[in-house]
Design a protein around this ligand. Sequence first.
Ligand SMILES: [Zn+2]
Length: 412
Amino acid sequence: MKCRCCATRLDEPGLDNVFLDLGTAPPSNAFLLPAALSAPELHFPLKLLTCPQCLLVQVDEVQAHTQLFAPDYAYFSSYSRSWLVHAERYVDEARERLALDQRSLVVEIASNDGYLLQYVAARGIPCVGIEPTAGTAAVARSRGIETLVEFFGIGSARRFVAQRRRADLVVANNVLAHVPDLDDFVAGIAELLEPQGVATFEFPHLQRLVAQRQFDTVYHEHFSYFSLHVVRRVLARHGLRAWDVQVLPTHGGSLRVWAARDASRHPETASVHAVLAGEADAGMLAMDYYRGFQREADAVKNGLLEFLLQARREGRTVCGYGAAAKGNTLLNYAGVRPDLLAFVAEASPHKQGRHLPGSRIPVVAEAHLRSRRPDYVLILPWNLQDEISAQLAYIRDWGGRFVVAVPELAIS
Ligand SMILES: [Zn+2]
C-alpha cells in the first residue's frame, strides 16, 4: 500500500511503522437489525501505519465505499445538542470574518442532515450541501436545504462550477479524515473556491489523540489522522495556504484550519506558528513519536476489562450510553459482549432496535435504562461526557454512577 498523501510505500519490510493494530472489526456504523443476527458478519483488519516520509498516520487498507457506507448508514448529526451549538457558533464566526451575505455562496461537503447549513440558510445566505448518504440528504432537503447526493472530488467540483458558480466559503468540517483520496478531495475544494474564497477544515488533532489515548476514534471509515504539519502540506499541494488555526474542544481536541487560495488577503496568524511549534516540541516530526501508541491503547482496554469483570463478580449491572462509532472500536477491541454490557441506550431512533456491529449488544431507548436502573452507566462518547451525565443525572436517585474508559478508567 502507498501513502495517501505522498505515495511512499508503507509496507516495505523492516519499516517498523505500525502506529496501532486493533485486529479485525466490522465497519463501525454497520448496526445490525435483529434479522441479521443469525447471519455472519463481515470483519476487516483495522491497523494504522505511519508514513516514514510525510508522517501521515493512516488506515492500512481502503475498503470499497459501498461496503462501508451501507444504505442503512445511521449517523445523523442533529441528534447531539452540543454539536448543533458548535455548528451555529461556527456559522456566526464565518459570517463575520468573511462578511458573508445574500450575494455569497456557502457549500458544505458532507453536509449530513443539514445540521450546519440550516443556520446558514436562516441568516439569508445561499447555500448548497454535498452529501454521499441519501438518507441524511433527504432529511436536509425536508428542512429546505438544497443537497446534492454524491461523493465529492475534483469531478463533482468541476460539474458544480460549470453548472452554477464558485463558492465564497467551502465548509469541510469533520470530513477530511474520512476522505479515501486526499489529493482528489483537496483539488476539488481548490477548484470550487472563488479566487478570494476561503475553505475551513476541522479534524481531530493527532497530538490530542495520542496525549489522551483516544484510540477508540480509530475506525475503518476514519482513513487519516492529522497533525497541522501534514494538513499544511496536503493543502499546499493544491495551492491552498493555511492562514489561521483554532484549537477546539470538539471530538476530544480538534483543529479548525482556515485556508485560502489568495495569500495576500489573509496574513498568517500567530496561532499557526504556535500549533506547529507545539507539535515539534511534542516530538511529532520524528518516527519515534508514532511507535509507542499501542501500549497506551492496551492500557485503556485492560482498564475497562478489569472494571467490567470486577463489576460482574460483585453482581453489579453495567450498561452503556451512546451508540457512537468510538464505542464500537473500544468494545470490539476489548472483546466485550452482552454478558459484560447488557445494552447500550441511545437517543437516535435510527439506531434503537438494532445491535452494535461486532459486539452485537442491543441498542435501546433511554426509557429502558430508567426502568432497568443499572449500577453503572459507561459513557461511550466520552467527548459528550458533560452533556450526557447532566441528561442522565437521575441515575443518582438509585445510586447509579458514571464510568468513562478513556484516557483511563474513571468512575464518578
Ligand atoms: Zn506519506
